[in-house]
Design a protein. Structure first.
Length: 428
């Protein structure tokens, strides 16, 4: 090597620096690939993605190939740089070569190519996958030997080589992926995907229509009242009961009695004959489970009951679907009949409004792991049924009770304060 021309040695040194940059960028690029995007592109037939996916199936072999190549070119570059420096500067060239080559390798062989590969992993990994595959075949005996020695050392240290990490994502991790999709996914689709993920932790009593708001047919009413109610109802299905909603006789579909109503032939008996059997649902049933149950039972409405069998409310298939796709009848959250914006920036909210709906509509974070309604939250915070005029603070939200009657809060003025206080609630 000492007899070689300095120009030739310099050319070899530049070539080895390029090889070092190739191996450094290959390592970072291959390991920075998004595994889910890679699998998708490989399934679509992308050649580079297929090659990269094949290499990543055995990461030990891939890393062995890259590290053997990278160390070989770096050591050879060091030797050539030393010889070249001695030719040019004598014994002082050893120190010059050591410092100079270290700086050059760090800049051009490590930092720059690895940064580029980290920023553009697909643009780097897919083209280099072909030469890496060929190198892997050429260096296979050496790489296999080194991997055998390395794996043996790991076993001596008690590392279980068969216990590989899983690429599967948990629900929370999927939720983070959806949140971080950014402009790649429209907000409406993000909301739908998050709604599907939320079905596991939301139960039917979180979205049900409470019993005091259920529209139904009382068989004890006179027939004229029943007919008028059936003709004017906006609902397709109605529960039919006697005196009290706990005494449900069945569910009537308006289509089943349309002919009777049009010919004034409806009687209590014919109404009961047109009813289907009621379908009861435990209050703590997750929405994901109930969605499947609705499909299996071929039902669209269910009666929610507590552990004692008392009716708490009703839930429909539409209610569950709205958790995924949003309100069918209203795209503007602030037009909710329970929320009324005021000119001074405050909001008047119905006490029976569900906390989840309020949080969703306003982007708030009122605690909803306990009581389900705003009235329940206020009652729990105060530990008694309040009178009008009382004001309290829950987190950063100030709530002023405007109207209280019939043992419950009917309307509340709410607004967000600038600096949340430390205590959960503060009554005045």
């Amino acid at each position: 090597m000492e007899n070689l021309h300095p120009g030739f040695l310099l050319g070899m040194l530049v070539f080895l620096l390029l090889c070092s940059a190739f191996f450094s960028s290959s390592e970072t690029g291959m390991l920075s690939l998004n595994r889910y995007r890679l699998r998708h592109q490989a399934k679509e037939g992308h050649r580079g993605a297929k090659r990269a996916s094949a290499l990543l199936e055995r990461p030990d072999r891939l890393l062995g190939t890259i590290l053997v190549g990278n160390n070989f070119v770096n050591i050879l570059a060091s030797a050539i740089a030393t010889v070249l420096a001695i030719k040019l500067w004598g014994e002082a060239g050893i120190a010059i070569a050591t410092v100079g080559l270290t700086i050059v390798l760090l800049i051009f062989g490590e930092i720059t190519p690895k940064t580029l590969a980290a920023l553009r992993p697909e643009a780097v990994a897919y083209p280099v996958s072909l030469p890496l595959l060929m190198l892997q075949k050429v260096l296979y005996p050496l790489v296999a030997l080194l991997n055998w020695i390395s794996n043996g050392l790991l076993r001596l240290l008690g590392v279980d080589l068969t216990n590989k990490g899983s690429d599967s994502l948990s629900t929370e991790e999927l939720r983070s992926v959806v949140h971080e999709s950014g402009s790649d996914m429209p907000m409406k689709r993000q909301s739908m995907l998050l709604g599907i993920l939320d079905l596991e932790r939301v139960t039917v009593d979180d979205i049900m229509i409470p019993r005091n708001e259920v529209a139904g047919i009382d068989l004890e009413d006179d027939l004229e009242t029943i007919v008028t109610q059936l003709r004017t109802t906006p609902h397709t299905r109605l529960p039919v009961f006697r005196k009290d909603i706990n005494q449900i006789e069945g569910i009537v579909h308006m289509r089943q009695i349309a002919r009777l109503l049009s010919h004034d032939q409806l009687t209590r008996e014919s109404l009961l004959d047109a009813c289907s059997d009621p379908y009861f649902i435990p209050e703590n049933t997750p929405l994901s489970t109930q969605l499947v149950n609705f499909q299996k039972q071929k039902r669209r409405i269910g009666i929610v009951v507590d552990e004692y069998g008392d009716v708490l409310g009703i839930v429909t298939l539409e209610d569950i679907l709205e958790e995924i796709v949003g309100e069918f009848s209203n795209q503007d959250a602030l037009r909710s009949p329970d929320i009324h914006p005021q000119d001074d920036g405050t909001l008047v909210i119905d006490g029976a409004a569900y906390l989840r709906e309020v949080n969703r509509a306003l982007g708030w974070q009122l605690p909803c792991d306990g009581p389900k309604t705003l009235n329940g939250l206020i009652t729990e915070a105060l530990e008694h049924i309040p009178d009008s005029g009382i004001c309290l603070q829950i987190n950063q939200y100030r709530l002023e009770i405007l109207q209280a009657a019939d043992n419950r809060v009917k309307s509340v003025r709410a607004w967000v304060i600038e600096a949340p206080e430390e205590s959960k609630s503060d009554t005045q």
